[in-house]
Ligand binder design. Structure first.
Ligand code: ATR
Length: 295
C-alpha cells in the first residue's frame, strides 16, 4: 500500500545521502481514485511553501485499523478520512476535538511525536465558510432546512446553529433518526424535526442536502413550494454536475444553487491549518478546481 514511500526511502539510501523524509499526509477512503484532496493539498503546499507529500490511500472496508497503524508506523503526520470511514475512524483515535465529539465522526487525523492520534472534524466549518464567504449568504435570522440524518449531517448541525438561524429544521426519509438528532442538538439552538411530507406547511431561505441521494443520482421526495423567493439551495455532494437535488431546486425557482466543491476546499484548508499551522488562501485553489472540473 505504501510502496511509493518505501521506494523514496530506498532511493535515498542508494544515493548515500542522509535526507530528512518529507512529512507525509494522505486521504483514506474507498473508493479514493476520484478524490480531489491530493490536488487541493498539493496546491496549498505550493502556495504556502510547505514541503510535504500528500497521497490517496485506498483501504479495504474492513482494514481501516491496520491501515492507520501502518501509516503511523511509517512516520505519517496526518490523514484526511473520507467515505465510508469517518465514523469508524472516530473509534480509532485517542483524543477528540469538541467538533469531533459533536459529529461522532472525524475527517482529520493528526499524529503527534508522542504517538497520539488526534481526531477532528472540519466539515462543518468548511460548509459554513463556503456558504457565508464564497456565496456571501448570511444564515443569521434565516429559516434553514437540513435534509438527511447520517454522519454528513451530524457534523454540520452545531456549526449551522452557531450562525443563529431563526430556525433549523431537520428532515429525513426515516423520521425517527431526524427526531433523535433534533433532540440531541436542541441545547445548541432552535432545531426541530419534520417528515418530508410535513415540510409542505413551511418555506425555507436555505435548503442544504446532506443525504446520500445525490451520490446514487436519486431524487428526494420533497413537496413543492417549500422555499422563499430568494432561497439558496446547497448540495453537499460535489463533482456530480447538476445533481437531482439541484435540478429540483432550479425547477422550484431557487435564486442560488451550489454544490459542495467550496465546502471540500474549505474543510481541506482547516485540516491543513491543523497540521501545518498555516492558513492557505482558498479562493485561488477553488477557482482553479472550478476551471478543471467544470469545462
Ligand atoms: P453519510 O455518512 O454520508 O451521511 P449515512 O450515514 O449512510 O451516510 O446517511 C445517509 C443519509 O442519506 C440518510 O439520512 C439517508 O436516509 P435514511 O436515514 O432514511 O436512510 C439519506 N438517503 C440516502 N438515500 C436517500 C434517498 N434516495 N432519498 C432520501 N434520503 C436518502
Amino acid at each position: 500500500m505504501f510502496a511509493l514511500a518505501s521506494f523514496e526511502l530506498s532511493l535515498q539510501k542508494k544515493s548515500g545521502k542522509i535526507l530528512k523524509l518529507m512529512d507525509t499526509y494522505g486521504v483514506i477512503g474507498n473508493p479514493i481514485q476520484h478524490s480531489l484532496s491530493p490536488l487541493i493539498h498539493t496546491l496549498f503546499a505550493e502556495q504556502t511553501k510547505q514541503q510535504l507529500i500528500y497521497r490517496p490511500i485506498l483501504v479495504a472496508v474492513d482494514s481501516l485499523a491496520s491501515a492507520l497503524n501502518e501509516f503511523q508506523a511509517q512516520g505519517g503526520k496526518g490523514l484526511n478520512i473520507t467515505l465510508p470511514f469517518k465514523q469508524q475512524a472516530f473509534q480509532l483515535v485517542n483524543a477528540h476535538s469538541e467538533r469531533a465529539m459533536c459529529a461522532f465522526a472525524i475527517n482529520t487525523l493528526k499524529f503527534n511525536d508522542e504517538g497520539d492520534r488526534l481526531g477532528d472534524n472540519t466539515d462543518g466549518v468548511g460548509l459554513i465558510r463556503d456558504i457565508t464567504l464564497h456565496h456571501q449568504f448570511s444564515i443569521r435570522g434565516k429559516k434553514v432546512l437540513l435534509l438527511g440524518a447520517g454522519g454528513a449531517v451530524r457534523g454540520v448541525i452545531k456549526p449551522i446553529l452557531q450562525e443563529e438561524p431563526s430556525e433549523l429544521v431537520i428532515a429525513n426519509r426515516t423520521e425517527n433518526k431526524a427526531q433523535a438528532l433534533a433532540g440531541e442538538f436542541l441545547k445548541y439552538g432552535s432545531v426541530r424535526a419534520l417528515t418530508f411530507s410535513a415540510l409542505v406547511e413551511n418555506q425555507f431561505d436555505l435548503i442544504i442536502n446532506g443525504t446520500a441521494a445525490s451520490l446514487s443520482e436519486s431524487s428526494i421526495e420533497l413537496p413543492e413550494n417549500i422555499m422563499t423567493n430568494n432561497a439558496y439551495c446547497y448540495d453537499m455532494v460535489y463533482g456530480k454536475g447538476t445533481t437531482p437535488f439541484l435540478h429540483w431546486a432550479k425547477s422550484q425557482g431557487a435564486k442560488l444553487c451550489s454544490d459542495g466543491l467550496g465546502m471540500l476546499v474549505e474543510q481541506a484548508a482547516e485540516s491543513f491549518f491543523i497540521w501545518r499551522g498555516v492558513k492557505p488562501d482558498t479562493l485561488p485553489v477553488l477557482t482553479k478546481l472550478k476551471e478543471m472540473t467544470r469545462c
